[in-house]
Design a protein around this ligand. Sequence first.
Ligand code: NAP
Length: 250
Amino acid sequence: MNYKADPELLKNRTVLVTGAGDGIGKIAAQSFAKHGANVILLGKTRTKLESVFDTISSETNTNPIIVQIDLANAREEQFKQLTVAIEREFGRLDGLLHNASILGSKVPIESYDTTRWKNVLDVNLNAAFILTRELLPVMRKSRDASIIFTSSGVGRKGRAFWGAYAVSKFAIEGLAEVLAQELENTSNIRVNSLNPGGTRTKMRAQAYPAEDPGTLPMALQHMALYLYLIGPDSKGITGEKFDAKTWEGF
Ligand code: NAP
């Protein structure tokens, strides 16, 4: 991979990361801040967000902000208030990484619990839709803004027993495609999907309990791609599907 982000790539930019308290989202938030971004850390567990906040505050001169929201039960009103707060604090939003997600059950469709199914769709898809819709006006204020939807291999090719998770990721790909087309000639906002592929996190361990985590890349190894897509070097790239495993930079 030959892309190397400029250390000041995201200076004076504001980026929101969902699921910023753990896993890939935590590493992405820290990486964006290290490259100058003021990062809005959205997540479910306050203590985890506080820990990321402390790391960013001690390692950078940026202004991280914690937004504790449970995306399973989020109300539209919370997202509306968030948009107002971002506009007041930063004037605009330059980047949005939809990363938060839950695995749900790994069982056949035939025995998938209805409540569980809806819960997965609420977190992985519906919250991303509502959050995006509410944030678009404040993203339009950016010179060039980027939205990344996090996908998965099972969101591009179905696989038995991945149930609501796979379906939510297919839908995320659809949302990204529709939105990318809608915004292409009417805004400076680009929209892409990114499949990180098997990565050493809690979710991966939950999905593959027998796997040796040592065989998997760490989230940090994907950060060149995350930085490229969230920052201005990817200006003009929209409606594309990226794969961290095969991306070679340029
Ligand atoms: P992870 O370690 O489980 O982290 C998921 C993050 O999402 C956590 O910060 C979690 O917060 C947050 N989250 C979960 N439910 C939430 C809710 N209701 N409200 C707000 N935040 C919530 O997962 P990961 O492996 O880093 O995955 C990150 C993204 O990559 C996901 O979209 C996943 O589908 C995708 N992905 C991962 C892999 C992989 O191998 N790891 C492969 C393909 C795709 P709490 O910790 O507070 O619950």
